[in-house]
Design a protein around this ligand. Structure first.
Ligand code: HDD
Length: 684
């Protein structure tokens, strides 16, 4: 890398990564020392039936390397999926921050984003009830900036020292390592009831936010209050938001559980496929800004990570856009080895005294030292800044840089005191000079003590179906707890939020309904409800059920109409190969009824054809597809013979069910798909 000022553009990270890529196709096999290998099937033995010889270096090298293939999985967020992309700015943020990547809308900053679940191991299912990580590494000309965010805007605890406790409580229980990737067990809820600062995040965890339909359809939140600092040294408090252009949408719980078995890679496959198809996911970047003078103007402490800044009070200003446009070439090299750290900041972005953030600033480097085997993980290609880096740090495991010269200390005269530090005015990082004073104490501010008001705000903001989902989720999760005492404690805790919620859960899980008044908060924040999110049919996936003898001319036109709206579809039939229409048009079958499942589609479109209504297998399977989609509130379209299934199941005319007797079937079906789910449907 030259010392020249780097020219950052959307592809500069990709260009850097190219230097490290290797294509083994059509190459001769060698050992790691470059020696051509003559036989890769047999180990060297003394005689045809004799023992293997120590001197077989190829065998030893191959097996030794294999034995060392695994590195520790992340202690949290072990299961993740990373992709490349770019960030573009809509308008200069110069007035608030001197961060270079937030100055000039013409500059495109390359990024790497890793989405994750938190609790499960690397091989666990994607659709479990959990928080999702949304970590972004911006490769800027001033070094890497990491925004290590989640898909919920608050956290379980207020102080980093409690992180091992919450993680121990929610991870599988230590005596038997059960359950995997789930909070539905005693230790988690025991933690919740005895650490009531968790109330807000747990409410989000019980909501639909915890089972996103897609990484492409969830928000991201920096959670903490950070600081923007401009070139005049003036600071503002800031919170960061990612807002998906496709809206915020979720699965339903029954569906999420089934997908966990049918397609554990559901969310990662969805993201991978969307990028491969050119449907690049986009998220707008928003900031909420509070002036320093207003630090104490709110009825919550703005440094408390269990609190949101309601958007109606502090509007989200949209300042840029993230586009994810490239899958990785190698999962381990890139996604597994990427190392995020909230302390990777650039001039113009600084911390606050949020005690959770302060704790994080220690933990991330520490974990990378173990996970990536030493202090040189910044040299791993995915972690390398795109700008030059120079200092006197040397050696350590796996060092790759060959630093020339005799000097590796500061101050020096032999190298004219270089590498030289940069004055703040010329771009050197200088910490914001916040004035602090006080005694060293183990005490938290009383302003962090209200654990329930914003939980009630969230509850008040939910639409009726969202509230019902929360009651169902609490009933499932706390109902899975064996200790009746812990169950009782949880409902009593949530009686401080809403008595009706706590009473309904208590009745469902066999404990004494609590008494009390609940929180007196009556305010709602409409921005919190997914009912108010953006709705579009684009990129939704429809399962199309066809049998031989379908009306090919009309169906092709309908499929074309769906495609025109950005909807993707898969043809499902009884057998693989092709399905043939009445005019001998063949369509490729993507799946049989058994290689896929209705839970894997956003909508089902039934056509049938030929003898479909009388063919036992076809009839039974189609009935299952339609009923399952109906149960999950999904749009169902039916034309031609397909209408027969709607009639049989008494679905005709119910919300989100569109049949071919309508003149403009495509428009109505597209509208039903855009709505995502039809919650006003009565489902037994
Ligand atoms: Fe953390 C990983 C997000 C609090 C300690 N965290 C990790 C990842 C995300 C977050 C998205 C995965 C990064 C990746 O994809 O590689 N964590 C958060 C958010 C928090 C938070 C939004 C609160 C606002 N975390 C938090 C605390 C601590 C940690 C309080 C410790 C005191 N987090 C870690 C870690 C991990 C991690 C142990 C595991 C793997 C890693 O860092 O690289 O250091």
């Amino acid at each position: 890398m030259s010392d020249d000022k780097p020219k950052i553009n959307g592809s500069s990270k990709q260009e850097q990564l190219e230097q490290f890529k290797v294509d083994d196709t059509n190459k001769k096999m060698t050992t790691n020392q470059g020696l051509p290998v003559s036989n890769d099937e047999l180990s060297l033995t003394a005689g045809k039936r004799g023992p293997t010889l120590m001197e077989d270096f190829h065998f030893r090298e191959k097996v030794t390397h294999f034995d060392h293939e695994r590195i520790p999985e992340r202690v949290v967020h072990a299961r993740g999926f990373g992709v490349h992309g770019e960030f573009e700015l809509y308008e200069s943020m110069k007035a608030y921050t001197k961060a270079k990547f937030l100055q000039d809308p013409k500059v495109k900053t390359p990024v790497f984003v890793r989405f994750s679940t938190v609790v499960g191991s690397r091989g666990s299912a994607d659709t479990v009830r959990d928080v999702r990580g949304f970590a972004t590494k911006f490769y800027t000309e001033e070094g890497n900036y990491d925004l290590v965010a989640n898909n919920m805007p608050v956290f379980f605890i207020q102080d980093g020292i409690k992180f091992p406790d919450i993680v121990h409580a929610i991870k599988p229980e230590p005596h038997n390592e059960i359950p995997q990737a789930s909070g539905a067990h005693d230790t988690f809820w025991d933690f919740v009831a005895n650490n009531q600062e968790s109330a807000h995040q747990v409410m989000w965890l019980m909501s639909d936010r915890a089972i996103p339909r897609s990484f492409r359809m969830m928000q991201g939140f920096g959670i903490h209050t950070f600081r923007f600092v401009n070139d005049q040294g003036k600071a503002h408090f800031v919170k960061f938001h990612w807002i998906p252009k496709l809206g915020v949408h979720s699965l339903v719980w029954d569906e999420a559980q089934k997908i966990a078995g049918k397609k554990p890679d559901y969310n990662r496959q969805d993201l991978y496929d969307a990028i491969e198809m050119g449907d690049f996911p986009e998220y707008e970047f928003g900031v909420q800004i509070i002036e320093e003078k207003d630090e104490f103007a709110f009825d919550f402490d703005i440094l408390d990570p269990t609190k949101i800044w309601p958007e109606e009070d502090v509007p989200v200003k949209i300042i840029g856009k993230l586009t994810l446009n490239r899958n990785v070439d190698n999962f381990f090299a890139e996604t597994e080895q990427v190392a995020f750290h909230p302390g990777h900041v650039v001039p113009g972005i600084d911390f606050t005294n949020d005690p959770l953030l302060q704790g994080r600033l220690f933990s991330y480097i520490d974990t990378q030292l173990l996970r990536l085997g030493g202090p040189n993980f910044h040299e791993i290609p995915v972690n390398k800044p795109v700008c030059p880096f120079h200092n006197n740090q040397r050696d350590g495991f796996h060092r790759q840089t060959i630093n020339k010269g005799q000097v590796s200390y500061h101050n020096n005269s032999l190298a004219a005191n270089t590498p030289a530090t940069t004055p703040e005015k010329e771009g050197g990082y200088a910490h914001y000079q916040e004035k602090v004073e006080g005694s060293k104490i183990l005490e938290r501010s009383e302003s962090f003590n209200d654990h329930f008001s914003q939980v009630k705000l969230f509850w008040n903001s939910m639409s009726p179906h969202e509230q019902q989902h929360i009651i169902d989720a609490f009933s499932f999760e706390v109902g899975s707890v064996k200790s009746m005492n812990v169950r009782q404690q949880v409902v009593e805790m949530y009686a401080h939020v809403d008595l009706e919620l706590a009473t309904q859960v208590a009745n469902n899980i066999g404990v004494i309904p609590p008494t009390g008044e609940g929180s007196s908060v009556t305010k709602a924040s409409p921005a919190l409800s997914q009912a108010n999110t953006m709705k579009t049919p684009a990129t939704r996936k429809v399962g199309v059920i066809l049998n031989n003898g379908f009306n090919d001319a009309e169906v092709k036109e309908i499929l074309h109409g769906l495609n025109a709206e950005g909807i993707v579809y898969e043809i499902i039939s009884e057998k693989q190969g092709v399905v043939t229409g009445i005019n001998d048009v063949d369509l490729m079958v993507d799946h049989t009824f058994t290689t896929t499942d209705p839970v894997l589609y956003d909508a089902i479109y039934v056509v049938g054809g030929g003898d479909s209504l009388d063919n036992n297998v076809f009839h039974k399977q189609t009935t299952y597809y339609v009923k399952e989609a109906f149960k999950h509130y999904k749009p169902i379209g039916a034309t031609h013979d397909g209408v027969g299934w709607l009639e049989e199941s008494n679905m005709t005319g119910t919300p989100g069910v569109v049949d071919g007797n309508n003149n403009d079937f495509v428009n109505k079906f597209v509208g039903a798909i855009a709505a995502h789910r039809h919650w006003d449907r009565k489902v037994n």
